[in-house]
Design a protein around this ligand. Structure first.
Ligand code: ZN
Length: 84
């Protein structure tokens, strides 16, 4: 996504929220590409029936992670309301 302008990124993020709001991150509540920037440490089950399930999640404290590439539902909807 490096060749996209900020405007284009915003557009795509907004479309994602409209089309697939269920894909919002369960950890930070926003939508971003790749792994959640809020996660500091993640331990998953490595084998057995519940492989891939979370054992332990550790988050960075609020304000101590880079979420500049994350868009939150509040960003999208408040902007839209402002336009109306
Ligand atoms: Zn996230």
């Amino acid at each position: 996504m490096t060749n996209l302008t900020e405007e284009e990124k915003d557009f795509f993020r907004r479309e994602i929220f409209k089309e697939r709001p269920q894909e919002a991150c369960q950890d930070c509540g926003g939508i971003h590409f790749g792994i959640c920037p809020r996660i500091r440490r993640l331990v998953l089950v490595g084998e057995g029936q519940s492989v891939g399930n979370r054992v332990e999640v550790e988050y960075w404290p609020q304000g101590q992670y880079d979420d500049s590439d994350t868009i939150y539902p509040g960003d999208v909807w408040s902007e839209e309301k402002a336009v109306e």
